[in-house]
Design a protein around this ligand. Structure first.
Ligand code: SF4
Ligand code: SF4
Length: 62
């Protein structure tokens, strides 16, 4: 299984990653992006590409 790594300190809560994710893995909760559906992640990398803050540096395999 894969999931995105989110650097909460870098996140500005813009929601771009939420919109970019084709699998509805991400949500902004209290102003910070969170993975709410790790098991759905297909490791496409779209969230990594689209985050303007570099707050999702990588996708990791469990
Ligand atoms: S890698 Fe793709 S599927 Fe996984 S959280 Fe990011 S955008 Fe969603
Ligand atoms: S795109 Fe980046 S800065 Fe914006 S909510 Fe997602 S992780 Fe945070």
């Amino acid at each position: 299984m894969s999931h995105p790594v989110i650097e909460a300190d870098e996140c500005i809560g813009c929601g771009i990653c939420v919109d970019a994710c084709p699998q509805e893995v991400l949500e902004v909760v209290n102003g910070v992006a969170e993975s709410v559906n790790d098991e759905a992640c297909i490791a496409c990398g779209d969230c990594v590409e689209e985050c303007p803050m570099g707050a999702i540096p990588e996708i990791v395999e469990d």
